[in-house]
Design a protein around this ligand. Sequence first.
Ligand code: FMN
Length: 184
Amino acid sequence: MTEDKLELLVIEGTAREGRKSIRPALYVTRKLNSRGHDTELFDLADREIPMLEHTRYSDNDKHPEDIEEFGQKVEKADGLVVVSPEYNHSIPGSLKNLLDHLYPEYNDKPFSFVTVSGGSFGGVRALSHLHDVALEFGGNIGPDIPVSNVGSTFNEEGELEDDNYIDRFESFLDDVEEHTARYS
Ligand SMILES: Cc1cc2nc3c(=O)[nH]c(=O)nc-3n(C[C@H](O)[C@H](O)[C@H](O)COP(=O)(O)O)c2cc1C
């Protein structure tokens, strides 16, 4: 555990009705807050993120309010925790579209990853693509936790149902703290 109080932004990458990746997103947000960090969830389902027409960094007066807010939150955060399921062996288009609106804001930012699948692979192919994307941003890629069988691992309130994940998540959160404190 770090003694530094950190500001963390958890990014939930899907907005689909009945989505399940929101469950671990709620879980890590709660856990990081209970460890004393200032942690906020940026949830695509609560936002209006247009298809990319103007980036925040190239067209300052044309990007919408939610992109401006997203940019400010990314700039302010000590570190980002991206929560993403695997869609067709990659990350969801909704998440890629959100991330593409910014660029310099991510430079040197510590990134951590929670990936998710309905089956037993834990979204590892999405994780590999997330690494590529974050490296292109100049981000500092850090710890990850792939979550398999997300529908039975977490309940709808974002509580862990599978005890095998308790220690894995604690260890992941320790690593998020350490990585974020080191590079922020
Ligand atoms: C469009 C779509 C594509 C998917 N493709 C994959 C895949 O390639 N590999 C995999 O393991 N799971 C795949 N899944 C299963 C998802 O990872 C799983 O349903 C997860 O809960 C989706 O996240 P969400 O509930 O937040 O939308 C896919 C699901 C959807 C909706």
